[in-house]
Each structure stands twice: as C-alpha cells, then as structure tokens.
Design a protein around this ligand. Structure first.
Ligand code: HEM
Length: 508
C-alpha cells in the first residue's frame, strides 16, 4: 500500500502506518466501551441506545413527540429512566420535588435556557442573582397588585369576545387560538410598556411579536443541538440562523424604545400614564436610564435595560402559555356536554359587573381550570436541571454531578396512582382531591423557579373563560375547513401546541 500524497517518509513501511491506525481505532473503541460499561448511570434502566447516545430523544424533541415518548419509557422502565450517556428523566413525585425544591443545588440546564447572553429572571442561572431578582419582581405579580391591572385584562378580553362574535357571524367560524394569542400579547405588552400592541384591533401580530415567536420557535432546536446556533455564526450557508442575530437585535431595540417612551411619560408626571407591572418599582426610582444604572445585572435596582429584558421574557413566557391553555380549556369543555352545562349554569348566575374576586369563589369554574391545567397546561415538556457537584440520589438511584435530570408534567399529570382514569377530562376529580393528586400537580412548576406569572395567568384564564361562555353559551366546535380532533392533538416541544395550530369554533 502506498501513500503518495502523504508526508510520511519513504523509509517508514506502509504496513506499520496501517497497523498503527488500526491500533488507535481499537484503543478508541475499547475506551468508549469502557466508558459505557463503567458509566455510573449504567445502573439506571433505559433503552439500549441510551448508553451510547441521546439522539433518539433529541430527534423526538424536534418532532414534538419527546414528552409522549419519554412517558412511554417511564411506563416500561419505571420512574427513573436513562435517556442518554449523561441524561435521565424522573417521574417519581418525591424525587421531582427534591430536584426543584429551594437550595437543592440543581440549576437550570444552560444548554436549554440561556439565550442571548442576557440575564432575566427566566434565564438567570446564578441562584443568588435569581433570588434577589425574584425578591424585587415577585411583589409585582402579587394578587393585590394584579387587581389594579384587572381593567386592562377585562377591556382586552371584551374586545376579543367582540372579534370572535364578528368573525363567527361573517365567516361562519373563528379560530380561538389565533385571537387568544393576540389577546395575551396585547395584555402583557400593556402591562410591561404601559401601552398595548393593539394587535386585536389589527387582527394580526406585529413585527415584534413575530420576532419573539421566531426566537421561541428555535428553542427546541437549541435545546436539542445547542452547538448548531453557535455554528451558524461561522457557516455561510445557514442564512436562516444568521437572521436570528438580526431578529434578536430588533427585539431588543423595539423593547428599549417602548420602555424609554414609558419612562418619559412617567417623568412628565402625566396623570394619564397607565399602570404597569413595574409601576411600584418605577415609583421607588427603578427604570432609570442613567449611566450608573444602565449596566444590566444590578439585582436590587432594575435599570431601564433590565425592565426591557424582563418584559421580553414575560412576553415570551406569558403569551402562548396562556393562549394555548385557554384554547384547550374551551376545547375540552365543548367536548363534554355535562361539563359545559354545569359551567355555563354557574357563570350565568354571576351579576353583570362581576370581578375576578367573584370568579375566584366560583366552585365549578375553578375545578375546570385545575383539570385543564392538569391535562392541557401549556408546560408539559421537560424542565431540565443539572445535578450539583456533590451528586444526588433520586428515587434510590445515585446520579453523578453534571448529569442533566429532567422532569415533565406530561408524566406527573398522567400518573394513574394519583389520577385514576388519568386521560379522562373530569373536573370533578378536584372536588375532594387525594393528597397524591395535589402532590403530583405542578402546572406552573414548583420551588424557587416556579412560574412568576401564575397569578396573572390564572386571572386571565378565569376572566376570559367567564366572559366567553357568558357571551357564547351555545358555541360548538366547528368542522369547517377540515377542522377535526387531529388538529388539537398536542405536540410538545418546549410548550404544548395543537398540531393544526388552530381551534375553530362556530355558533349554531
Ligand atoms: C397558563 C399559563 C402558564 C403556564 C402553564 C406557565 C408555566 C410555567 C412553568 C412550568 C414554569 C417553570 C419553568 C421551569 O422550571 O423551567 C414557568 C416559569 C416562568 N413563567 Fe410561566 N406559565 C404561564 C404563564 C406565565 C405568564 C402569564 C408569565 C408572565 C408574566 C410567565 C412568566 C414566567 C417566568 C418569567 C418564568 C421563570 C421564573 C423563574 O425562573 O424564576 N408565565 N412558567
């Protein structure tokens, strides 16, 4: 065998080179085998391929079937299942609570959560910084604080109902997912920037919302192959990913302009300035744009830039989540005549000027809400965390430091022990729930990284459901334009999304 183009000197016999190459290959295979066999995760049950790769679950993440697939692995292998050489999923409630509890040491997996190098309450990894931010921002989402913003929600919800009614009358049916998405965007933009995006009036998303949706659509890809986005910066034939930088830039610029505009209004002492989520912080001197405060990262005193970044994360985390959950709530109610009859009856007993406080006290509405959050809450997929340096024992299995441990509501909320006949949409199961049912229920996450917007989400869900079913007690699912249950099959990547990206309803 000759090596004409190589730099190997002529005096080295080619058979020696070939033997060396075979030797290196053999060593590599042996080392890999050794690592696979001695991997501390090898005692954790899982499919055979999980010893070598996590590619099968990554591909399922992209196709929206990871959560159902991982659930099937739990059914086969038990509450702790291996998904790859350095990855496991846990569905044992005690172990899930261990992972997410305060001071557990498990941090959010940076491959999944951190984007754009900015630190918001959502993306921050450092627990000290995060705790300080939550202390500052938590009160903005307290129920009493949100009551001052209730008129914003009601005004936008009434406009949505009017739009739905118009479209059903003129087009014969309407897409509630589309309109609830615009509703949620308008509400959160007004709550962050003091002025709604007015997307409901226009009937479609603005550029900012499109940009945020585009960035969100890349999350599964980023979660599966974080290096791909990095690589895209260097490889010229990835124009799609190259646009991401420009999109992100546009989002920051637009948010900055909106926040600056709001601060100018506040400083002008205009009495017409609308309250925002951040009003109490601004009143205490937050939101300043001085050079000293500009640097993002000061946890106690939020600068204008911090408020812009936080707003962006609320718009990302608080729009589709609310719109999708609300859409599934209506869909589930419309598929169950007895549930609809009882809910509509209860809502019709409300006085005309009802408030969110009245809705909080309605028994059946809240049962329907809990059951929707169990089966159709928007967050059903993996919430990945990294095992701390000291390692962990989860449901009896030792898990070494650095391993990614995920938990998923899809499995927790379908645990037959906690929820008999788990696939059945049955609000009455929450009338007198067993401790197991309460324990496994985590639609908004648990612990210090739970959802900061959960009070806002529940408020929006209650108000919209009440206004919708009072306005349209006889509404039904439509079969126009080929709409069927297949359109509502949940696809789960980062969030749940109906497979058809629509939910059409009509009046009789
Ligand atoms: C039905 C609606 C919603 C659902 C089901 C939901 C669910 C969740 C879940 C499960 C988490 C935990 C994520 C994790 O542990 O990795 C979370 C976190 C978060 N959510 Fe929500 N969410 C909803 C609405 C909202 C709204 C309206 C807002 C906005 C204002 C919001 C803002 C956030 C933020 C900022 C975090 C990160 C909190 C932190 O890490 O400290 N969410 N949400």
């Amino acid at each position: 065998m000759a090596f004409p183009d190589s730099k190997i000197p002529n005096w080295v016999p080619s058979s020696v080179v070939a033997q060396a190459m075979v030797g290196i290959l053999a060593l590599f295979i042996l080392q890999t085998l050794y690592r696979v066999v001695t991997n501390p995760l090898s005692s954790i049950p899982g499919p055979f391929w999980s010893r070598w790769t996590n590619l099968p679950v990554k591909l399922r993440l992209l196709s929206g079937s990871k959560a159902t697939y991982v659930h099937s692995l739990h059914e086969r292998y038990g509450p702790v299942v291996r998904l790859g050489p350095r990855e496991v999923d846990v569905s044992d409630v005690g172990a899930v609570r261990e992972v997410h509890k305060a001071r557990s040491g498990f941090l959010k997996d940076p491959g999944y959560y951190v984007g754009g190098g900015v630190r918001s309450v959502f993306s921050a990894l450092d627990p000290v910084f995060h705790a300080q931010r939550r202390r500052v921002l938590g009160p903005c989402f307290a129920e009493a604080q949100l009551e001052t913003l209730e008129p914003t929600i009601v005004e936008r919800a009434r406009l949505t109902i009017a739009k739905l009614g118009d479209e059903m009358a003129t087009a014969g049916c309407t897409d509630i997912l589309h309109w609830w998405t615009l509703f949620a965007m308008d509400v959160i933009s007004e709550m962050c920037f003091g002025e709604s995006f007015h997307m409901l009036e226009v009937g479609k998303k603005n550029q900012y919302a499109e940009d945020i949706a585009e960035m969100g659509s890349l999350l599964p890809l980023r979660g599966a192959f974080p290096w791909l986005i990095w690589l895209a910066g260097y490889v010229p034939f990835f124009p799609y990913f190259k646009n991401v930088g420009a999109t992100r830039q546009r989002v920051v610029e637009y948010g900055t302009a909106r926040a600056a505009q709001y601060m100018r209004l506040v400083e002008s002492n205009d009495s017409a300035v609308r309250k925002t989520l951040f009003s109490s912080l601004v009143a205490k001197g937050g939101g300043s744009n001085s050079q000293q405060d500009r640097k993002t990262g000061s946890p106690e005193q939020l600068s204008q830039l911090d408020i812009t970044i936080e707003s962006q994360s609320y718009i990302t985390a608080g729009t589709d989540t609310t719109a999708i959950t609300l859409t599934y709530l209506i869909y589930a109610v419309l598929r169950h005549d007895a549930v609809r009859a009882r809910l509509v009856g209860e809502l019709q007993s409300l006085p005309d000027g009802f408030t969110h406080r009245d809705l909080r006290a309605l028994p059946y509405l809240n049962l329907v809400l809990e059951e929707t959050l169990r089966l159709y809450g928007a967050s059903q997929g993996a919430l990945p965390r990294v095992v701390p340096p000291e390692g962990a024992v989860l449901a009896g299995y030792a898990v070494p430091p650095g391993v990614v441990v995920s938990t998923q509501n899809y499995s927790l909320h379908r645990d037959g022990g906690a929820y008999p006949d788990a696939e059945k949409f049955d609000p009455s199961r929450w009338e007198n729930p067993a401790p197991e049912a309460k324990n496994a229920f985590m639609p908004f996450g648990i612990g210090p990284r739970n959802c900061i917007g959960l009070n806002l989400a529940r408020m929006e869900l209650r108000l919209c459901t009440a206004l919708f079913f009072r306005a349209f007690p006889d509404v039904r699912l439509s079969s126009k334009h080929g709409m069927s249950d297949a359109d509502m099959k949940p696809q789960i990547n980062f969030l749940v999304m109906p497979a058809g990206h629509r939910c059409l309803v009509e009046l009789p």
